[in-house]
Design a protein around this ligand. Sequence first.
Ligand code: SAH
Length: 243
Amino acid sequence: MSKVYVIGIGPGEEAYMTQAAKDGIEASNIIIGYKTYINLIEPLIKDKEVIDSGMKKEIERCYLAIDLAEEGKVVSLVSSGDPGIYGMAGALLEVKGQRNSQVQVEVIPGITAVSAAAASLGAPLMHDFAIISLSDLLTDWEVIKKRIHMAGDGDFVIGLYNPKSKGRVTQIEEAREILLKYRKKETPVGIVKNAKREGEEVVITTLDKMLEHNIDMLTVVIIGNSNTYIENGKMITPRGYKL
Ligand code: SAH
């Protein structure tokens, strides 16, 4: 039966991948994805056909997946983390609708970056939180800034995806400036690079000092709410229990 699996592979280490993700890959004839992610799951792919492509080809990858499934193939479209969080699930379903295709699509969730990073930091997401991508490639910066203001004003813990790239360096600076209007400069900030995969780096700092640390596209940043604190090297947002 032709089908497209949109597979969340989690942060990258096999131990953090679900059995459903592994089963989806196993059941597929063809694996499509960005090279870095394909490399992460190499041992699972064995002798399957692999189509890897550059980062800017998301939509082409979706059209290809739908076309191959229409031809009767079972295809896995792999996405890092959770495919439904800034991943390939939305694009694939949009393309399927646009093509008026009847192929079956199954989205398999994965551990998303903020969840992997939170585990390494302690328990920073124990209360309401908002995830915001600082990438303005597909979203107007004005919209992103407004959401940072609202999340700041709402005292949400905030997870920042796509915080900074070689060509996009000012957004994280502006985001911090905005949040300083709503949060103390001592507010705990966790910066995790390569969460739950090889080369993991974990930093716990403050809103004041966060820009002194390395932040890039392999990094997720978690900014505490007004109650978040640091104890024994762990970042904790209280749930509200009376101890
Ligand atoms: N679908 C992915 C997110 C893709 S957006 C997910 O659910 O995790 C890409 C951004 O995710 C990166 O710029 C970075 O901010 C974050 N990211 C993805 N994997 C990460 C990891 N293992 N450690 C830290 N950040 C990660």
